[in-house]
Design a protein around this ligand. Structure first.
Ligand SMILES: Cc1ncc(COP(=O)(O)O)c(C=O)c1O
Length: 382
């Protein structure tokens, strides 16, 4: 079996499995907010995780708010900044056409509630157009309530110029949220150097458990609690913390940091894999090929061959990929992300996303290459 859908969700990494085995059998279990010693022990551990993650993410531990994952984080950030309605004539949200559904739906919600959503253009490589962004900001001077542009795209792996976007936002005093769900845990990230005001991630994207995540907030005081509760997470998120999920997320992040040096090798392997496919199938298109991309992602298309047919054929070989993002995988149409990159339907309907672990080796890439070759040859002959 080859699992090649790490952008959808990662299997639990070995280090987390080992940690969990001991954790489950040896305890301690308690409410981390309890005043007895067992509760205090868990809270002590939780704060240790916060400090460790803050070190890895380049922020202060007071800037980390634990939650259930990226979708919650995104909703929370939008809620905090926009839910009271436009203030001081600031009714504009600037976003892009390549955002994840969690951002798209948040924008749609606030568009029905007195805000106007403007989209920055994207080039055919899937990179947002900085000049267009700059022009939008100038045209709407003093009216922008939020910029929400992701750091790395989940379908293409293309990395966005978030520092440049953040600098423009800073100069214009606009809050900047960047959806870093795919960026964190796939490449090095330093919040304090990112020019972001808010970032998010999910533990299940980095080798941890499903159901835990973080918001990183430059100024957490801007967050408004969207759940009533007992004042947990400095009052920004009510509800007992998922402490085992948080501990596992911290272990997963430690593991990623330890293996950072393997990323260069991963990129070389991925590029070699794509080159070999291009040599065999000269018409193959690698989406976002000329843009900076996450080292673990390939979005490929052989025009005229359906991506869903390739996915099914790969599954018959016990290889698991998706045709776009896990959330919209059942749609036969070109994805919204690819449409906003002006990718034609012929190419868009053919895409298959191969996203591997950050420690993928030559043997794994070679097995995937053989499986894709077999699938293209078999479907092409029909
Ligand atoms: C870019 C991006 N943002 C947000 C999310 C939402 O993450 P979750 O489902 O963990 O809340 C995902 C998940 O696929 C994603 O890829």
């Amino acid at each position: 079996m080859i699992y090649a859908d790490y952008n959808g969700s990662t299997p639990i990494c070995n280090e987390v499995i080992e940690y969990l085995k001991n954790r489950i059998t040896e305890g301690v279990y308690s409410n981390p907010n309890a005043s007895h010693s067992m509760g205090k022990k868990i809270m002590f551990n939780l704060e240790k995780c916060r400090r460790s993650m803050a070190k890895h993410l380049g922020c202060k531990s007071s800037q980390i708010i634990f939650n259930s994952g990226a979708s919650e984080g995104i909703s929370h950030i939008f809620y905090s900044l926009l839910n009271c309605g436009p203030k001081n004539n600031k009714n504009i949200i600037i976003t892009s056409g390549i955002e994840h559904a969690a951002v798209v739906r948040a924008c749609e919600h606030y568009a029905k509630n007195s805000y106007v959503v403007l989209k920055v253009n994207t080039n055919t490589n899937g990179v947002v157009d900085l000049e267009h962004f700059q022009n939008l900001v100038q045209d709407q001077k003093g009216k922008v309530a939020l910029v929400s542009i992701m750091a790395a795209n989940n379908e293409t792996g293309v990395v966005q110029p978030f520092k440049e976007i953040g600098k423009i936002c800073q100069e214009n005093e606009i809050p900047f949220f960047s959806d870093t769900t795919q960026y964190i845990g796939k490449t090095e990230f330093n919040f304090s150097e990112s020019f972001m005001d808010f970032a998010v991630t999910s533990s299940h994207k980095i080798g941890g458990l499903i159901g835990s995540g973080v918001i990183i907030a430059k100024n957490p005081k801007l967050l408004k609690s969207h759940t009533f509760g007992g004042g947990q997470e400095f009052g920004y998120r009510g509800g007992t913390q998922n402490y085992i999920g948080i501990e596992c997320m911290s272990v997963a992040m430690d593991t990623f940091q330890k293996n950072l040096s393997s990323l260069a090798n991963l990129r070389a392997l991925r590029d070699d894999f794509e080159k070999k496919l291009k040599d065999k199938f000269p018409k193959i298109i690698i989406i976002g090929e000329d843009a900076p991309r996450l080292a673990s992602t390939s979005l490929i298309s052989l025009p005229g061959i359906s991506g869903q047919a390739v996915q099914a054929e790969l599954e018959a070989q016990d290889v698991y990929v998706t045709t776009s993002s896990a959330c919209s995988d059942s749609e036969a149409d070109t994805s919204k992300v690819l449409k906003s990159m002006n990718i034609t339907d012929e190419v868009g309907r053919g895409v298959v996303r191969i996203s591997l672990c950050t420690n993928a080796n030559e043997d794994l890439y070679s097995r995937v290459e053989k499986a894709v070759t077999h699938a293209y040859e078999k479907i092409g002959k029909k």
